[in-house]
Design a protein around this ligand. Structure first.
Ligand SMILES: [Zn+2]
Length: 94
């Protein structure tokens, strides 16, 4: 009978995941400058994206999986198709 005991050589492998660098500022769909910042308030599941150049600001509801980029996408969506409320049933859920 053979017993293979692998012991004592527990090597902790530290896997370092390089943080993906997100651009802090997005370009503004209104004025074109890269001065749009998205801020997410996880506790309230909402986000605010605003341009510090022209003052354009919008508020959104976010899901936990969504990030700044998604907020920015929603912002551009809102600008480019303001009246098109595609398949969003109830945006105002506050
Ligand atoms: Zn702007």
């Amino acid at each position: 009978m053979q017993k293979v005991a692998v012991m004592g050589r527990r090597r902790k492998k530290v896997v370092r995941i390089p943080k993906k660098r997100l651009p802090k500022f997005f370009s503004c769909p209104k004025c074109g400058k890269e001065t749009v910042r998205a801020e997410i308030f996880r506790e309230e599941s909402r986000a605010v994206a605003g341009c510090s150049s022209c003052g354009f600001q919008e508020e959104f509801q976010v899901k936990p999986a969504q990030g700044e980029v998604d907020v920015y996408c929603m912002l551009t969506d809102r600008v480019y198709s303001p009246s098109k409320k595609a398949s969003i049933t109830n945006t105002k859920n506050a």
